[in-house]
Design a protein around this ligand. Structure first.
Ligand SMILES: Cc1ncc(C[n+]2csc(CCOP(=O)(O)OP(=O)(O)O)c2C)c(N)n1
Length: 321
């Protein structure tokens, strides 16, 4: 991988980790009430899934943290203004955790997980019919992949040879259950075989492996060969949500995966290849944290919505009001 690319991906992973750790701290200090599902330990998946995408490509992301949204091009300020429910947020404060951005082709985030499988296939069908050369990235967890809609969605994508990538983040959990409790197989990706969709399984904690697999998948989809599925194996180092009391994760799993922290692994590559020195790393981390802190500060001072805002941008376009 090019030095610049690896460094850029590392910076983005740091940005994700620092935004989420700052969020956690603000919650603990009682400064904000917005809960979240943090993606600690999964940064290489989210950044690897979005790294090879073009701005015009369409992303259907997840509820877990900010990874893929930073990866697709949102800034810390975009996220914090929305998280704090400000008028200056991407959805003028109406979305908060549901980060969307029309300019980045992130149409929405659904709360009812899996209900966007068919919609993402529809988006890919539209791109194919309009010959726009866009790829749709449908990114979801292995728990969501057990929603029934997954099957007709991948089936129709395969039949119509649509430009879509199904990206499964196997982080070992669906809420408080290990995935071995609700999967009869070790791998999720083999489901693609039943629909004649090519697939691969990669180490989701290795940013280069994650990025390269996504690149192959995106190139395949864009070239008109139809859908592709990638399964990224990783581990959710955070609990399910910010109020989760825990107690169900085996300590040996935490210990094992702590040795495989994706940010540490990437830092090691950067040091070994002499792309970054420890001093430069320290400086970079301080810069990224300063960007996050400045975003929080500006969001705290941002304008709150007015009573009129409650009914704007909701019904007008549909003609209901
Ligand atoms: C249809 C539906 N059922 C249940 C939930 C509650 N829920 C929120 S997050 C979550 C876990 C989803 O697991 P997975 O897709 O593996 O993603 P992860 O949370 O592990 O990142 C569940 C079940 C939901 N949001 N929507």
């Amino acid at each position: 991988m090019e030095k610049e690319t690896l460094l850029n991906l590392y910076r983005k992973m740091l940005m994700v980790r620092f935004i989420e750790k700052t969020h956690e701290r603000l919650l603990m200090e009682g400064k904000i009430q917005l809960m979240s599902h943090f993606g600690t330990g999964q940064e290489a998946v989210a950044i690897g899934v979005t790294g090879p995408l073009r701005k015009e490509d369409i992303l259907f992301g997840t509820h877990r943290g900010v990874g893929e949204y930073i990866g697709k091009g949102m800034s810390a300020a975009d996220i914090w203004h929305e998280y704090m429910g400000k008028r200056t947020g991407l959805s003028k404060g109406k979305g908060t955790l549901h980060l969307t951005d029309k300019n980045l082709n992130i149409p929405f985030v659904v709360s009812s997980l899996g209900s966007d499988f068919s919609i993402s296939v529809g988006a890919a069908l539209a791109s194919k019919m309009k010959k726009t050369d866009q790829v749709t990235m449908d990114f979801f967890g292995e728990g969501t992949c057990n929603q029934a809609d997954f099957h007709p969605a991948i089936n129709m994508a395969a039949v119509w040879k649509l430009p879509i990538v199904f990206a499964v983040c196997t982080n070992h959990f669906c809420e408080m259950s290990y995935y071995t409790e609700y999967y009869p197989t070790e791998d999720v990706a083999i489901r693609a075989k039943g629909y004649a969709v090519p697939f691969e399984i990669v180490d989701g904690n290795d940013i280069e492996a994650a990025y390269d697999a996504t690149e192959r998948a995106v190139n395949h989809a864009r070239s008109g060969k139809g859908p592709y599925l990638v399964e990224y194996k990783t581990f959710r180092m955070s609990l399910h949500f910010s109020g989760d009391p825990g107690g169900y994760v085996k300590q040996e799993d935490f210990d094992y995966w702590a040795q495989r922290d994706p940010i540490d692994l990437c830092q090691k590559k950067l040091f070994e290849r002499k792309i970054l020195s420890p001093e430069e790393d320290k400086k970079l981390r301080a810069e990224v944290q300063a960007e996050v802190d400045a975003a929080v500060e500006s969001a705290l001072k941002g304008p709150d919505p007015t009573p009129e805002d409650f009914i704007s941008d909701i019904y007008e376009q549909t003609g209901v009001l």
